[in-house]
Ligand binder design. Structure first.
Ligand code: SF4
Ligand code: SF4
Length: 454
C-alpha cells in the first residue's frame, strides 16, 4: 500500500512532459544572475562591470556571518552591468548581467574531488556544499549547508523529496529517470554529512517507472529504501512527507529535525554529488517549460540566470495569448508580469497558461458553508473561518484559528464551490501577524534602549 497523509486533494496532473527527455538549452546570449538565490542574505557582487568571468567563478559573496549561499557565474563572458532589477519574486534585487562569449571556459577553482567520500569528515562535506552555493532546488531555496548543520546528529531519517506533486512539473521525474545514480550518490554523501543512519527516497505512484532502477541502486541492505507514496497534493510538503513515512506529526513552528528527520529535494541531492565529484558549483538546473500556450513543452537543462524568453523561443514560441505566466507550479508558484525573468537556482518550472486554464469566477465569491476546505486542509485548519475573520479585519481570531500554521498549499481554494480566495485571505493574515510581531519587537527594543539611556 502506498504511503499517504490525511487531507489533501487530487489535482489534474497535466504532466505532459513526463516522457520528454531533458534537452540542453543552447547557450543563452545573456544571463542575469540575481545576488539573492536563496532564503537568507543577499550577496555582495565580487566582480565589476567589464570583468571577464568563467563558468563556476565566484561572482557574489555572502556578507560576513550571514546565512546564505555564494553565487557563481553559469557562463563564460563579460560582465556588462550590475544593476537593480525586479525578479520573479516581485522583489528588486541586485543582478549581474553577463554577455555570454559561448566559449564555456571553466574557472580554475572548479576542481573535482577524486578521493573517497569516507575520507571527508561531515564538516568537510558541509563546507564543500556551502562553497558550491547549493540551496533547496524544489522551490524553497533554503541554504543546504545550513539544513545539514541544523539536522546533524538529530536526524534518524533522511528523506528525499521526489513527490513533485504540483501539476505540470516533471523536472525531478526526468532527473530520477535519467540520472538516478547522481541522486543516490548525493543521498549517501548527505547521510554522511548529517549522520542519518537511514534514508527514504519518497516517490509518488505516478512515477513508478523511476522506482525499479532506484531500488537497484539502493541495494538490499535497507539503509536507503524507496518508498512509494500515493499521488496526492500536497504530498511534497515536509510535514505531510514526515507523517506519511514515520507517523510523526510536526507541530507548527518546529523543524523536521525536531521530528528526527531532514528532507532534501531530489535535484538538491544530485547537485551535492555533482559539486563534490566535479567541483562545479550550483550553476545549472533542470526546469520544465509547460502550459497550453507553449508550442512544444519540454524539460530543459539551463544555466542559472537564463531569461525565460530564451526557453520559450527554444520550445517553438507561444501559440496562444498568455493569460498567466507562473514561476513554479500552478498551486504555489508566483505569477509573473512578463517573460524576461531569469531562472533562479530554485526555479523548477515556468508555466504559460491561456485563459482556459486561469478562469476567473464570473459570480461574486460566497461561502456556502460546505466544509470542503476543512476536510481538505492537510494542516487540519478551518480555512473558511480564518478567511471570514480576515474579511472582518479580525486578525486576532485569524491568528487564534491557526493562520500561521497554514503552508499556503492552496488545497482549500482549489475545491471551494463558493470560489472564495481562501489562501489569499490567509496570506493577508500571515503578513499582518508577521509585521505586527516585528513592530512589537522593535517597540520593545526601542523602549529598552530609552530606559538604558535615562
Ligand atoms: S470550501 Fe468554500 S464554500 Fe465550502 S466552507 Fe470552505 S470557504 Fe465555504
Ligand atoms: S488553509 Fe493553508 S494549509 Fe490549509 S488547505 Fe488552505 S492553504 Fe493549505
Amino acid at each position: 500500500m502506498a504511503y499517504t497523509f490525511r487531507g489533501g486533494i487530487h489535482v489534474d496532473e497535466h504532466k505532459y512532459t513526463s516522457d520528454c527527455p531533458v534537452e540542453t538549452l543552447p547557450e543563452p546570449p545573456v544571463v542575469k544572475i540575481s545576488m539573492n538565490q536563496n532564503i537568507g542574505a543577499t550577496c555582495i557582487p565580487a566582480v565589476s562591470k567589464g570583468d571577464r568571468v568563467l563558468v563556476g567563478q565566484l561572482i557574489g559573496n555572502v556578507p560576513e556571518g550571514a546565512l546564505g549561499c555564494p553565487v557563481h557565474s553559469s557562463v563564460s563572458g563579460t560582465v556588462i552591468a550590475i544593476e537593480d532589477q525586479r525578479v520573479s519574486s516581485g522583489a528588486v534585487e541586485s543582478v549581474i548581467v553577463i554577455q555570454n562569449d559561448e566559449k564555456n571556459e571553466v574557472a580554475d577553482t572548479v576542481v573535482p574531488y577524486t578521493g573517497s567520500i569516507r575520507d571527508l569528515t561531515p564538516e568537510d562535506i558541509t563546507e564543500r556544499v556551502r562553497l558550491a552555493g547549493i540551496a533547496g532546488m524544489g522551490g524553497a531555496a533554503f541554504p543546504t549547508y545550513a539544513k545539514i548543520n541544523s539536522a546533524r546528529g538529530k536526524a534518524e531519517y533522511l528523506i528525499v523529496n521526489c513527490a513533485e506533486c504540483e501539476p505540470f512539473i516533471t523536472a525531478d521525474h526526468r532527473l530520477l529517470l535519467e540520472h538516478p545514480e547522481d541522486v543516490v550518490r548525493g543521498v549517501k554523501i548527505l547521510m554522511r554529512a548529517v549522520g542519518a543512519p537511514q534514508a527514504y527516497i519518497a516517490v509518488e505512484d505516478n512515477k513508478l517507472n523511476a522506482v525499479k532502477r532506484l531500488r537497484e541502486l539502493c541495494g538490499k541492505d535497507g539503509i536507503i529504501s524507496v518508498k512509494v507514496m500515493k499521488t496526492k497534493y500536497p504530498q511534497g510538503d515536509e510535514r505531510q512527507l514526515i507523517f506519511a513515512l514515520t507517523g510523526r506529526e510536526l507541530p507548527a513552528g518546529k523543524l523536521p529535525a525536531d521530528a528526527g528527520c531532514v528532507i532534501f529535494n531530489a535535484h538538491t541531492c544530485a547537485s551535492v554529488y555533482t559539486a563534490i565529484a566535479t567541483g562545479m558549483p550550483s550553476v545549472r538546473r533542470i526546469i520544465t517549460l509547460s502550459g497550453d500556450c507553449v508550442a512544444t513543452p519540454k524539460n530543459l537543462s539551463v544555466p542559472v540566470g537564463t531569461p525565460a524568453s530564451c526557453l520559450i523561443s527554444y520550445c517553438g514560441g507561444l501559440t496562444k495569448d498568455p493569460e498567466k505566466i507562473i514561476s513554479g507550479g500552478p498551486m504555489m508558484g508566483q505569477a509573473q508580469w512578463d517573460t524576461a525573468m531569469p531562472v533562479k537556482k530554485s526555479t523548477s518550472s515556468i508555466l504559460i497558461l491561456s485563459a482556459d486554464y486561469s478562469k476567473k469566477p464570473s459570480t461574486p465569491a460566497v461561502c456556502i458553508r460546505c466544509g470542503r476546505c476543512i476536510k481538505n486542509c492537510p494542516m487540519h485548519l478551518m480555512p473558511a473561518y480564518i478567511a471570514q475573520f480576515v474579511q472582518l479585519d479580525d486578525m486576532k481570531n485569524a491568528e487564534k484559528y491557526g493562520a500561521m500554521s497554514c503552508v499556503e498549499c492552496g488545497s482549500c481554494s482549489y475545491n471551494c464551490p463558493g470560489k472564495v480566495e481562501i489562501v489569499q485571505y490567509i496570506r493577508v493574515a500571515k503578513n499582518y501577524i508577521r509585521t505586527e510581531a516585528a513592530r512589537m519587537k522593535q517597540a520593545e527594543a526601542d523602549a529598552k534602549k530609552a530606559d538604558a539611556n535615562k
